[in-house]
Write a protein that binds this ligand. Structure first.
Ligand code: ADP
Ligand code: MG
Length: 200
């Protein structure tokens, strides 16, 4: 990935987050405290402010720096969790990753999120999108980009009937059932955007 592509990728992901602020707010109003849209927007704006800088770095360093920015600038659970995701990817990815590298780094990032979130798959969180996407990344065969995108979207939909066991939504117990998890939605949104950029 050259610096132009890297710039396009970072910019596209940040802009899609910003353009979906209201949707993420609405989802978090239903089962959380309504700040997920603004938390994610704040993170995306902070990333865009450093766009030139981030685009010029080798991929692993750019991911680490973007993750550190999220940890520093974003409140709520999602800032440290997404920050950890990016920093762990940065730590594990080589400069020019192949599919295997991506799968391995994603596995490590999921492990890191579980550790700092004291959470696991099946609790109605972003992990319920990240884990299926990781599984898809680890599978050989054609149509990887499409498979990953579809798996992410399906996985976000699949959080609707789940009962939240972690995060603020867990305070609602049974009443968390019937709503998509905001973090699952933001994860699938960002993954779909990465897929679109990869296709181009
Ligand atoms: P907060 O919950 O502090 O208000 P956000 O609203 O920005 O933070 O983010 C909420 C999202 O973060 C949830 O929808 C969920 O996907 C994710 N999340 C919250 N806690 C955890 C956790 N312990 N492990 C994994 N993901 C979590
Ligand atoms: Mg919230």
């Amino acid at each position: 990935m050259n610096s132009t592509m890297q710039r396009t990728l970072i910019e596209a992901v940040a802009k899609v987050v910003i353009s979906h602020t209201d949707e993420l707010t609405t989802l978090d109003q239903a089962i959380g405290d309504g700040d997920h849209g603004l938390n994610m927007k704040r993170g995306a704006m902070a990333i865009l402010e450093r766009l030139d800088d981030l685009a010029a770095m080798p991929l692993p360093e750019a991911l680490t720096a973007a993750g550190q920015t999220l940890v520093m600038k974003v409140g709520g659970a999602s800032g440290p969790l997404y920050g950890t995701l990016l920093m762990t990817l940065g730590k594990h990815l080589p400069i020019a990753p192949n599919q295997n590298d991506l799968a391995r780094a994603m596995g490590a990032a999921i492990g890191a999120i579980k550790k700092i979130g004291r959470s696991d798959v099946g609790q109605k969180t972003m992990l319920d999108v990240l884990r299926p996407v990781h599984e898809e990344l680890a599978l050989d065969g054609p149509g990887l980009v499409d498979r990953v995108r579809q798996r992410g979207a399906q996985a976000a939909d699949a959080t609707v009937p789940m009962k939240a066991i972690k995060g603020r939504a867990s305070f609602l117990g049974e009443r968390s059932i019937g709503h998509m998890d905001p973090g699952a939605r933001s994860a699938s949104l960002m993954i779909a955007t990465v897929c679109s950029v990869m296709e181009e």
